[in-house]
Design a binder for this molecule. Structure first.
Ligand SMILES: [Zn+2]
Length: 137
């Protein structure tokens, strides 16, 4: 992916960042921790720590679900934004929080052994899909 400078933010905007490439292409994580924190599976790009500059961070909080890593989220709106392995020089940034992501292809899925049972149905025939919210009957 190119070296474009991207921006992103949480749902309420209290936590915002800029991100300069290159990025490692995103994976979707199906682990139970990501399911519980995000509500489903969590997609994220990986970037060197120095590539991420917080422009608003007053509401950023960190939660350690395990000794291995910490998870950054907005305390105001609850958005799950970052995942960082302890001692790592990289950080994972949620795809959902990025403003520019049309040129970023998905490269894989991890923790598929913990995938939610209904997850395999996503995008499949027999599961109605709607451009916006489900129509009212
Ligand atoms: Zn927020």
């Amino acid at each position: 992916m190119n070296d474009e400078v991207r921006t992103g933010q949480c749902l309420c905007g209290a936590v915002g960042y800029t991100l300069s490439g290159p990025l490692e292409p995103p994976m979707i994580c199906h682990c139970r921790e990501c399911q519980r924190q995000s509500g489903h599976a969590w997609a994220a790009v990986t970037a060197p720590l120095e590539a991420v500059k917080l422009r608003e961070e007053g509401s950023l909080r960190w939660y350690r679900a395990s000794a291995k890593a910490r998870r950054g989220f907005c305390e105001d709106c609850g958005s799950f934004l970052f995942w960082q392995e302890v001692g790592a020089e990289t950080i994972d940034i949620s795809m959902g929080s990025l403003d520019q992501r049309d040129d970023i292809p998905l490269v894989g899925e991890i923790w598929c052994s913990e995938r939610a049972p209904y997850s395999a149905q996503v995008g499949k025939e027999g599961v109605p899909q709607h451009e916006k919210g489900a129509p009212e009957d």
